[in-house]
Design a protein around this ligand. Structure first.
Ligand code: NAD
Length: 221
């Protein structure tokens, strides 16, 4: 059994993750960590000795949470977005897997957009999220722009437009333009359950990553 702790456990993604872990036959949910539940990270790691910490907290706390877990020898699966990835370099003691988007369709959207960027002259990205999302642009949009620029380095990274409205969950359109035509690649997460197969896969694989820090769900395909 994989012993799993969740930080940000009282939040929207944290609650969904706790339910998914409880429903997985090869996992035990050993701790729900969240200041709003009165449970702090470091004492909970020491008391419950998880194998894996899943972090869906807030941008300001993600780096400290990752550092504390790795120092305690606990592998970390990170879904929190909006923090500087460079801030977690040089850690050792456990692995870190980071995915700005755990939905398989969103990962495919990024791969298709990178491929399309090689063939079409210009592109822009529109990302649309619920109005309580703290960061903009989204981590998914930033990673899509990076992958498109890597695929077509002679062109600038596509500009990103962010929309925040009640009623939305997580959506993104990549619109590519060329002479007399456009191509639109769109992904919609209609429900937070869309992220859970990717989260469970990452929990199962984080202990055996080829490098101590791996970014992107496509690295687990
Ligand atoms: P939320 O605001 O509903 O939940 C965040 C929770 O973190 C809150 O309960 C808060 O009390 C808790 N928290 C605050 N400080 C903390 C700390 N120091 N340690 C532990 N917990 C702490 O937010 P959400 O909608 O659940 O999103 C959480 C994060 O996940 C955001 O960064 C969001 O962008 C990201 N997200 C990622 C994906 C993905 O696929 N990677 C999908 C959706 C959301």
């Amino acid at each position: 059994m994989i012993r799993v702790a969740v930080s940000g456990a009282a939040g929207r993604m944290g609650q969904e993750t706790c339910a998914a872990v409880e429903g997985a036959q090869d996992m035990d949910l050993v701790a729900r960590i969240d200041p709003s539940l009165g449970v702090e990270l470091e004492p909970a790691l020491a008391e419950h000795t998880p194998d894996v910490l899943v972090d869906f907290s807030v941008p300001d706390s993600a780096v400290a949470n990752i550092r504390a877990a790795v120092t305690a020898g606990v592998h970390v699966v990170v879904g929190t977005t909006g923090f500087d990835l460079d801030a977690i370099g040089g850690l050792s003691g456990a692995n870190v897997f980071i995915a700005p988007n755990f939905a398989v369709g969103a990962v495919l959207m990024m791969l298709f957009a990178a491929e399309a960027a090689k063939h079409m002259r210009a592109a822009e990205i529109i990302e649309l999220h619920h109005d309580r999302k703290l960061d903009a642009p989204s981590g998914t949009a930033a990673l899509t722009a990076r992958r498109m620029h890597e695929a077509a380095p002679d062109r600038p990274a596509p500009p990103i437009h962010s929309v925040r409205l009640p009623g939305l969950v997580a959506h993104q359109e990549v619109i590519l333009g060329d002479v007399g035509q456009t191509l639109t690649i769109r992904h919609d997460s209609l429900d937070r359950s869309s992220f859970m197969p990717g989260v469970l896969l990452a929990i199962r694989r984080v202990g055996t990553l080829p490098e101590p820090v791996v970014v992107g769900l496509e690295r687990l395909f």
